[in-house]
Write a protein that binds this ligand. Structure first.
Ligand SMILES: Cc1ncc(COP(=O)(O)O)c(C=O)c1O
Length: 472
């Protein structure tokens, strides 16, 4: 597959012309990559208003992923998630503080007490949303109603069943603007996107998927990317599982939803994106098209075989691994009596850095770019870990404690209120003003506008959060 962005920039830097344009390094080498770091000069196209090389490259990506339209982000899935919710608002004609053109919604103002009582458009979401989704709700004045699903004992995972969704949608009252799920999540748990999207399509409600961890799913033997399974829109962080630079991500719109959502996609991405996108990141997204179209499926399958083999070996030795999406290894350290943090430290002594560690789990993210040496180290650790040689009594995992609370004000109202930081011990009974999250996994423990409960305080402590922002 061709790489128009890479080709243009290579030619430009080989010409060694004089750069009286941004960036300030002028292509001189400080770190090594500066000659390839350009800005929107003639011929380089304009991200989100693309007509040239960026548009061409995005079309290549759309073809590869089977999307009706694909849009590049250099600011991660974070930008795409905000854009997806903005697209829903634009298509519906929801405007903050104003009148809705379609669908009968009249509210949205957040200062006027009378209007506040009128319901605003809302999203029905599985509870393990990334903070960017809540931020989008604050910016766009949306409400969320949460579904609490099956969880291995962590806020990171809430897998909802198709029946649960059907029941939630059967309840009367206003219909949601969209159903929103995170799949795969930080612990590699996956939603049944095929069945959820069938239900949503039957009900005429778009299914929007945070697929930040799952760009590669389209390239498995059994394709299970949200675009394969009928979701209306999704985002993929290319940088999480593909060889893209940090920040490289895609917003995909399903061909069946093209007519409804494509007209708004660029405008929505612009709303939340910088006017100075990184061309280094754009080149890496351009490169991914070539990478994915040239033998990636085979390389991915070889890698999955390595993962399966490692899990088999570790399991036979008595190691506990959580079932998960294929490119993650989720160690159930609590099952062996150790916190994820203790085992994270142990891995570090083998020069292995994990993606995520908490009280109960360690998550390792694998790609075909992991080398034989990486696997050798992991095998070595697997043979020697104290999880196997000195097992302790299982650490009880709270059974996915439901952090239920009272909503005191809208997400937007709380997010734009005057606020103060207080120690978590003093937070119970106050109203959350900003999501305080540990990063990763960046899943909010309390949502803006909710009253902070004692259970939430306990959860903050588990994630080592010391202070939270509350409404004054
Ligand atoms: C589930 C999930 N969604 C969204 C994001 C945001 O992605 P990005 O870092 O590409 O902005 C993350 C980040 O880790 C994530 O884990």
């Amino acid at each position: 597959m061709n790489t128009p962005i890479i080709d243009f920039i290579r030619e430009y830097q080989e010409r060694e012309g004089t750069r009286f344009h941004m960036p300030g390094h002028k292509g001189h080498v400080f770190f090594g990559w500066e000659p390839f770091d350009i800005t929107e000069i003639p011929g380089a196209d304009v991200l989100h208003q693309g007509q040239g090389i960026i548009r061409e490259s995005e079309r290549n990506a759309a073809r590869l992923f089977g999307a009706g339209g694909t849009f590049y982000s250099t600011e991660g899935s974070t930008q795409c998630i905000k854009a997806m919710l903005a697209i829903l608002c634009m298509e519906r004609g929801h405007c903050v503080g104003g009148k809705c053109q379609r669908g009968g919604y009249q509210g949205g103002g957040y200062l006027d007490g009378e209007r506040q009582r009128m319901s605003r458009p809302w999203i029905l979401a599985a509870r393990n949303v990334h903070r960017s989704m809540v931020d989008a709700c604050a910016l766009l004045d949306l409400d969320v109603r949460f579904l609490w699903g099956d969880s291995p004992g962590s806020l990171c995972s809430h897998v909802i069943s198709p029946r649960q969704l059907e029941e939630a949608l059967r309840q009367g009252g206003d219909r949601p603007l969209a159903v929103y799920v995170t799949s795969p999540d930080y612990l590699g748990q996956m939603e049944d996107i095929g069945n959820l999207s069938r239900i949503c399509n039957r009900e005429g409600i778009p299914l929007v998927v945070d697929n930040a961890h799952g760009a590669y799913l389209h390239f498995l033997k059994e394709k299970c990317h949200p675009m394969d399974l009928g979701a209306a829109m999704c985002c993929d962080s290319a940088h999480k599982t593909l060889p893209a630079l940090t920040g490289g991500a895609y917003l995909h719109v399903h061909p069946r939803f093209g007519e409804r959502f494509l007209p708004y996609a660029r405008q929505a991405m612009l709303l939340f994106g910088s006017t100075s996108p990184s061309y280094l990141t754009l080149q890496s997204l351009d490169y991914c098209n070539a990478y994915l179209s040239e033998g990636y499926e085979e390389r991915l399958e070889e890698t999955l075989e390595r993962v399966r083999e490692w899990k088999r070996m570790f399991g036979e030795a008595g190691g506990r691994v959580l079932p998960s999406e294929p490119l993650k290894i989720v160690l159930d350290t609590a099952g062996h009596g150790y916190s994820g943090r203790e085992i994270g430290e142990e891995l570090r002594s083998y020069d292995i850095e994990c993606e995520y560690e908490d009280q109960s789990f360690v998550v390792l993210m694998v790609t075909p770019e992991n080398t034989s040496r990486d696997w050798e180290r992991l095998r070595e650790w697997g043979k020697n870990t104290r999880m196997l040689w000195h097992p302790q009594e299982r650490i009880p995992v709270a059974a996915g404690e439901r952090l239920l609370s009272k909503r005191v004000m809208s997400i937007r109202q709380a997010a734009f209120s005057r606020s103060e930081m207080v120690p978590v011990e003093q937070a119970a009974g106050r109203v959350c003003a900003a999501e305080t999250v540990s990063c990763p996994p960046a899943v909010p423990i309390a949502i803006c506008g909710e009253e902070i409960t004692r259970a939430m305080v306990g959860e903050f402590k588990k994630f080592d959060v010391k202070e939270v922002s509350v409404v004054l």
